[in-house]
Design a protein around this ligand. Sequence first.
Ligand SMILES: Cc1cc2nc3c(=O)[nH]c(=O)nc-3n(C[C@H](O)[C@H](O)[C@H](O)COP(=O)(O)OP(=O)(O)OC[C@H]3O[C@@H](n4cnc5c(N)ncnc54)[C@H](O)[C@@H]3O)c2cc1C
Length: 383
Amino acid sequence: MIVGGGVIGAATAFHASRAGMRPLILERRPALSTLTTAAAAGGFRLQLDSEDDVPLVAESVELFLNFADLTGQSRYDPDVRRQGYLWVTTEEPRAEAQRAIVASQRGWGVPDLELLSGDDARRAFPFLGPEVRQARFRAGDGLLDPKRLTLGLAAGSGASVVTGCSVRGFRVRGDRLVAVETDAGAVATRAAVIAAGPFSGVVAAKVGIALPISTVVRQKLVLPDVPQVPASAPMTIDDDSGAHWRPVLRGASLFFTDPAVPPSPPTEDVPVDQGFAFRLLDPGSPVSVARVTPFWSEVWDWGGASWLLQAGQYTMTPDRRPLIGPTGVEGLYVNTGYSGKGVMAGPAGSRHLVDLLLERIGAHENPFRLDRSFGERPHVDPL
Ligand SMILES: Cc1cc2nc3c(=O)[nH]c(=O)nc-3n(C[C@H](O)[C@H](O)[C@H](O)COP(=O)(O)OP(=O)(O)OC[C@H]3O[C@@H](n4cnc5c(N)ncnc54)[C@H](O)[C@@H]3O)c2cc1C
């Protein structure tokens, strides 16, 4: 039984089903993939700031690239586009940091990394401004549609899905899980996985388990119709400010992971911040996307483009790595805490969870175990 029908619940169902189980997804909301996953940018990248994160994303990308074959369904195409991730800087200290991270990433076995001078970057991406001094780029990184990914995984799993069904608790006999309690009654089971995104801590607490996670609101600004946005553009990141945008629909979605936003309790109705649009679009703002991409100044000056705001919550652990594995209740597992990487790392993380569940991997081989010590890790990228 899988608690939660976002990308992590659907990916867990997919791998469980491939391993011969018959998964059941319980989703509290009226439809799958309508909380955090629906707000995601849909980016995937091997340009990461830690070697530890590379294997999960690399394995997930293989699934993205062979999605129809591996899921055996064609109803949902996640629209995978390998258009790259482009990180640009206007400042020499950042340019030096870019050279260092590219050298590290090459050492981690990540192929095809390009370090571009400002002029080379403008030749390849003519929308970049004259202040851009250097860029790093990997063409194999890319973009997808997180909602269709989730629905495709769920469809491919053949899982039974019950929407509008909230998990209220767990029935435990001795140390063993025997049933999941829902608002539609109790369902007997030998194994359940908490994949409730921002609510994973709330769900685990129902059986006295405290998860080391916090939740932080992240905003998404969508401008559905902006002719200046090249449909083939990569995810374009101002490496100095952290503001970034990707092409979507006939325009773009824009993001900024503001480090000043404090954690807040998990919520069903994640509040949007009206000021976010102005912070990203007004060329006078220090985190304006116009800083490195001048066409956004034109968009601002014209003033006629419509925009919409959406928000979701990152589910964070102290070391920004997921929590994947068994709990102290035999038969009860957790799969959450992917921070800003659940779409790109969650499919492989969910395969890992199923391998743990089937004891194909021993507890000592699990770097994501719930009781690990959470050391500090360098945090280089701003996403
Ligand atoms: C603005 C933004 C941009 C992002 N961009 C990216 C990106 O580019 N790439 C990337 O890899 N990741 C990105 N992420 C992160 C990614 O979205 C998340 O890591 C991922 O969606 C988490 O999926 P999930 O299934 O754990 O959570 P969710 O999608 O929130 O799903 C959890 C589900 O559990 C259900 N649930 C909760 N409680 C119960 C209960 N008691 N009973 C039954 N069901 C319950 C909820 O209703 C929900 O549907 C982004 C996140 C945000 C907010």
